[in-house]
Design a protein around this ligand. Structure first.
Ligand code: KG4
Length: 337
């Protein structure tokens, strides 16, 4: 039996998971509430919280799995991209533990982990991952990409944001409206009660499969400024419609390029991944496209949309099968390599 311990610490979630032969036994995540008061992740505070959380989180993951650390076959960890201070906590913990147990280390790219979340297998749960090749829309706080996934270890980025990520745009617009952090779940909740056609915001016009969200953010900010001149309580009076219109604009931008990619590649198996894939408007758009265009869509469980170690574990499991280990000297990387 192969037991893999996986560790994720790229941003503000400390997470550990244990897998047996590719089946998830436990997935424990400690989120960091400390950032809420600042309206965004404060890197220094994130690394300090990881440092406090890492031992108890790993301990819990092993306990819930009923696995002793001496039984582990390998340790998978997120090597990047992410916040350097946050990554270093997980990377160095993984290295120390692997060294002390004399077992292989497996480095996982965080973004590939998000894509491979579709392959997380749980005992007694249905398992129907996408077949290769498939397209994956990866949308999170730091990334918005369309990826062609040819195999577990063969992914090609067809397009990506040239400025802000979709989640970043949602979080910033939510901040401008004086809502809490992270904005995504709040905007999602408000949008369910609002009119998506109440307001129009700027949509980008850039070639190919690339995205841009900075223009939308500026358009949202300037529109709001004008409306607030006439009605200082404008946000309070219209927050549901503002959220619904913002969400619709973002979903439209995302789906337009994805439709182009499906049309031009001929690949109709389409997945979505990353924190923003928790969004109900985006999930509905996927179901709608499945009906309208005959796509087969793959939408992850809510618990595997945001950062988690289960996705790092399944990516690590595939690499373990291929004996793809990494050197103890492999440094963390903050940006895509
Ligand atoms: O993947 P993730 O946890 O972190 C990384 O960026 O790696 O994604 C976090 C992003 C945040 O921008 C958050 O606001 C957004 O995902 N998000 C959502 C929802 N839940 C989380 N955005 C829209 N609707 C949601 N329900």
């Amino acid at each position: 039996m192969v037991f893999v311990l996986a560790i994720e610490s790229s941003c503000d979630d400390t997470s550990a998971a244990v897998l047996r032969d590719g089946v998830l036994l436990s997935n424990v995540t400690a989120s960091q509430a400390v950032h809420e008061q600042y309206g965004g992740v404060v890197p220094e505070l994130a690394s300090r919280a990881h440092e406090q959380n890492i031992v108890p989180v790993v301990d819990q993951a092993l306990k819930r799995a009923g696995v002793e650390k001496e039984q582990l076959s390998a340790i998978a960890f997120t090597r990047g991209p992410g916040l350097m201070g946050s990554l270093l906590v997980g990377v160095n913990f993984a290295k120390g533990l692997a060294l002390s147990l004399g077992i292989p280390l497996i480095d996982v790219n965080h973004l590939q982990g998000h894509v491979l979340a579709h392959f997380i297998r749980e005992e007694g749960e249905p398992y129907s991952p996408p077949p290769f090749p498939f397209l994956c829309l990866l949308v999170s706080g730091g990334n918005s990409q369309i990826i062609r996934v040819n195999a577990y270890n063969d992914m090609q980025i067809l397009g990506q944001t040239i400025d802000d990520a979709a989640g970043e745009a949602i979080d910033k617009c939510s901040k401008v409206m004086g809502l809490g952090y992270p904005g995504g779940p709040i905007i999602d909740r408000l949008a369910r009660q609002g009119n998506p056609d109440a307001y129009q915001f700027a949509k980008p016009n850039i070639p190919g499969y690339d995205y841009s969200f900075s223009g939308l953010k500026t358009s949202f900010l300037y529109s709001l400024r004008d409306w607030l001149k006439d009605d200082p309580d404008f946000i309070e009076h219209h927050k549901e419609d503002l959220a619904a219109s913002l969400e619709k604009t973002i979903v439209d931008i995302l789906m337009k390029k994805l439709r182009m990619a499906v049309k031009e590649t001929g690949i109709t198996h389409v997945a979505v991944a990353g924190g923003v894939s928790a969004n109900n408007g985006l999930r509905n758009a996927f179901h709608d496209h499945a009906k309208r265009y005959g796509w087969t869509v793959y939408i992850p469980k809510f618990s595997y949309t945001t950062d988690n170690a289960a996705m790092i574990g399944i990516a690590g499991h595939f690499k373990y099968q291929d004996h793809e280990y990494c050197d103890i000297n492999s440094p963390a990387f903050a940006r895509m390599q």
